[in-house]
Design a protein around this ligand. Structure first.
Ligand code: CO
Length: 290
C-alpha cells in the first residue's frame, strides 16, 4: 500500500512536470511542409527541370507548401550577384522553423547519395536537435538510393531514349561522377543497362568511367552514330559545354574526331516524367514517415 502511494505521488510529480512544460504555450499547431533541395543551376534554360519537379510535387501534395534550397554555394553566390536569392538548406530550414513548420520532409533532388547528399544528411541531423524546432524532420533519398531505384532508373533511361535512335546506334550517357564512394552507382547502372541494351554506356565527367573508357567501349563495337545524352537532373554547363560543346575537348568533338557521327540531346533527367516519378516516390516515402 505504501509502495503504491509512493508510485502515485511520483506519477503526480511527473504529470506536474509535463503540464508545467506544456504550459509554456509552445504546443504548436501541426504545419507540414516540403523542402526541395537540388544542386542548383545558374543556366536559366536548365531551370525547366526544377520547374517540372515542382509541378509534379505540387500535384502529389496539393495542400503542402513547397520551399527550395540549392546545395551549391558557388551557384547560389552567382545567382545572388544577378539578384536572385536562393537559400542554402540550412537557411531554408531555419526559415521554415521560424515560420512555424512542425513536420518537414526534405527531398534531395540529387542523382546519387554522394558528397552533396551527405552534407544534406548532416544539415538535417543538426536541425533535429534544435530547441523549439521541428517535431519531425525526414530526409528523402536522392534518385538512386537503393537497389530497386537502380532498376527503376534503368527503365526510365530506356523509356526516354530518343524515338529516332536505332538499336545499332550507340548511346553515351554523361553522368556527373565524383571521388565519393557513391560513384559506384554509375557502374551499377552500366551493368543493368547493358543487360537490357548492350549498345548503351554511362560515362561521367568527373569520375569513373570517363571518356577514355567510353571510347574503348565504342571502339569494340561497329558504331557509326553516337547519341549523347546527359544523365544529370539539369542540362546545364556540363551538358552544354563538356558534352555537346564545340570546344576541342568536349565529348562530341573528341568522338567526332574518331569518326563517329554525334547527336546530342540537351534535356535534364528531371524534365522527364519517368525520372521525376522516382524522386516523387522517394518524397512520398519520406513524407509518409512524418
Ligand atoms: Co560539376
Amino acid at each position: 500500500m505504501k509502495k503504491m502511494l509512493s508510485v502515485i505521488v511520483m506519477l503526480a510529480f511527473v504529470l506536474c512536470a509535463v503540464t508545467a512544460h506544456a504550459g509554456h504555450g509552445d504546443a504548436k499547431p501541426v504545419k507540414k511542409g516540403i523542402l526541395l533541395v537540388g544542386f542548383g543551376t545558374s543556366e536559366a534554360s536548365a531551370k525547366v527541370s526544377f520547374v517540372n519537379i515542382e509541378k509534379k510535387v505540387a500535384q502529389a501534395f496539393p495542400d503542402v507548401p513547397i520551399a527550395w534550397a540549392y546545395t551549391s554555394h558557388i551557384i547560389r553566390h552567382k545567382l545572388a550577384k544577378q539578384g536572385e536569392v536562393i537559400l542554402s538548406p540550412a537557411q531554408a530550414l531555419a526559415k521554415m522553423m521560424d515560420e512555424g513548420f512542425t513536420h518537414v520532409a526534405v527531398q534531395s533532388l540529387h542523382t546519387i547519395p554522394g558528397e552533396e547528399y551527405q552534407a544534406l544528411v548532416q544539415t538535417v541531423q543538426g536541425f533535429k536537435g534544435m530547441p523549439d524546432g521541428f517535431e519531425r524532420l525526414i530526409l528523402g533519398y536522392p534518385m538512386l538510393g537503393a537497389q530497386d531505384t537502380v532498376s527503376t532508373a534503368v527503365d526510365a533511361i530506356l523509356a526516354t531514349l530518343p524515338k529516332d535512335r536505332k538499336s545499332n546506334e550507340a548511346v553515351v550517357l554523361m553522368g556527373h561522377g565524383t571521388p565519393h564512394p557513391a560513384n559506384i552507382y554509375y557502374s551499377a547502372l552500366n551493368w543493368q543497362l547493358q543487360l537490357k541494351d548492350p549498345n548503351i554506356i554511362m560515362g561521367t565527367v568527373e569520375g569513373y568511367p570517363g571518356l577514355d573508357e567510353v571510347m574503348a567501349f565504342l571502339g569494340k563495337g561497329n558504331f557509326k552514330k553516337v547519341w549523347l545524352i546527359p544523365f544529370m537532373s539539369v542540362a546545364g554547363d556540363h551538358a552544354k559545354n563538356d558534352m555537346a560543346g564545340d570546344e576541342d575537348d568536349s565529348w562530341k568533338s573528341r568522338l567526332e574526331k574518331k569518326g563517329f557521327k554525334c547527336q546530342a540531346v540537351l534535356k535534364g533527367t528531371a524534365e522527364y516524367d519517368e525520372f521525376a516519378a522516382i524522386w516523387i516516390g522517394q518524397l512520398k516515402t519520406a513524407f509518409g514517415h512524418l
